[in-house]
Design a protein around this ligand. Sequence first.
Ligand code: C2E
Ligand code: MG
Ligand code: MG
Ligand code: MG
Length: 286
Amino acid sequence: RAKLSGPNRYWFFNRQIHDELIHQHQLAERLQNALRDGELALYYQPQVAAGSGRIENLEALLRWFPKEGGAVSPGEFIAVAERSNLIHRLGDWVLCEACRQKAQWKAMGLGDYRIDINFSGKQVTQVETFKRLEACMEEYELSPRDIGIELTENVLIEADDQVLDTLRRLYHRGMKIAIDDFGTGYSSLSYLKQFPVTALKIDRSFVRDAPSNPSDQAIMAATVFIGHRLGLEVVAEGVENEEQLELVRELGCDLVQGYYHFKPMSATDTQKLLGGLVAVTDKYSG
Ligand code: C2E
Ligand code: MG
Ligand code: MG
Ligand code: MG
């Protein structure tokens, strides 16, 4: 392979950046159409009690199924939406869809599982985001216990006073607010005492290697300790196997979420699962 040097090298890098920008622009355009054409869906991943394995809550995770094929991961298209202003429309769709679904399952008597919604950076800089969440919840006659919020540390420290006041109000009305990907941000722990938070979700990068990595274990143990001392729930993300489950139990995590128990599922599959659980409960209580 020819060594890149001289002017060609710059051409090569410019070309790469250029291609990447075109790619992102096209993706943003396709995403806009996807919203219009109904190609988006919410998937749901259950969170279970670490001890009993009982389903406690559901996390809503956005999926995009382009009609022309070629699935794009949320990691990629949410970043693209963040860089354009599409994230607001996308985020509004997510929160209204989550509320609609929660109301439907509630009406069907499918248990009282809370649905947690993810909010990204730009969404959290606008107080309108949470106003719309409240409006949607009101429209579907939901209580603050029906819907939860997930924010990352980096996003939370960027929130302005107006947003924080809104979050505090929701918190005082009983809404659960979790710090997502806990331990991977660059904020200081002092924010835990200033911000309205009810749970810490230990990032799956710690969980993944913990069985063989004492440093990851130490970080997880410290997170559980500080979380519990502050009266917070501690959730382990990304538990994929028995070994990891054993460990997060031993370390005292309250809740577990990961492929070991459930992968994120379509609304139809989630409904079947919840319906089956209701049927089982009815059998034993009836
Ligand atoms: P997150 O909120 O931390 O969500 C957890 C991610 O880990 C999800 O990826 C989930 O599918 C994946 N996961 C769960 N259990 C396991 C496991 O055992 N092993 C592995 N390898 N992965 C597991 P997903 O669905 O691809 O979402 C990626 C990120 O995209 C989310 O991370 C969240 O930050 C963002 N996101 C997803 N949906 C939304 C949304 O509706 N709005 C916003 N703003 N962001 C979203
Ligand atoms: Mg999340
Ligand atoms: Mg997470
Ligand atoms: Mg994560």
